[in-house]
Design a protein around this ligand. Structure first.
Ligand code: CU
Length: 154
């Protein structure tokens, strides 16, 4: 398990370094660790998004810039689903992704989060870059059946 977690962190760090010098939209929040450390997590707000077969509820999720959040991503469907939102993940300072039963992963950022049926994962983060970002489930056919949404940072 430790080796798997380490591989994820290393892969993420590698992409961060190779991203230097590219356009802003292709990059991630560079000072994420400092922002995470400086934030007052006692003021954290909790937002829940529920995945079903085949929708995100709510389909539009709004966060306020600078506020620490726990985003609870729960899968109440009968199938596994992906919370894929690359633009959003590039716009936030990620603290960690946590499972209430299995542990947590600390990484600079994620590009997609898969949640098994009946399970929940919590994403701890701070919104940094204002904008509107696409949210979809990347499993074939799911977005077409309605599994898409929007995440806004205001
Ligand atoms: Cu799906």
């Amino acid at each position: 398990m430790n080796k798997i977690l380490l591989a994820i962190v290393v892969a993420a760090a590698t992409v961060t370094l190779s991203g230097c010098g590219h356009h802003h939209h292709a990059m991630y929040v560079r000072d994420a660790a400092d922002r995470v450390k400086a934030a007052d997590w006692s003021k954290m707000e909790t937002v829940t998004v529920t995945m079903t077969d085949f929708a995100f509820n709510p389909a539009t999720i709004v966060f306020r810039q600078g506020v620490p959040y726990k985003l609870v991503i729960e899968n109440k469907g009968d199938q596994k689903h992906y919370f894929t939102a690359e633009g959003f993940f590039r716009a936030i300072a990620t603290r960690k992704l946590q499972s209430n039963t299995d542990g947590e992963v600390k990484a600079p950022y994620f590009s997609a989060i898969e949640v098994y049926p009946g399970r929940t994962l919590d994403l701890y983060f701070i919104p940094v870059t204002k904008g509107s970002y696409q949210l979809i489930c990347t499993i074939e056919g799911h977005a077409g059946m309605g599994m898409k949404g929007e995440i806004r940072i205001e």
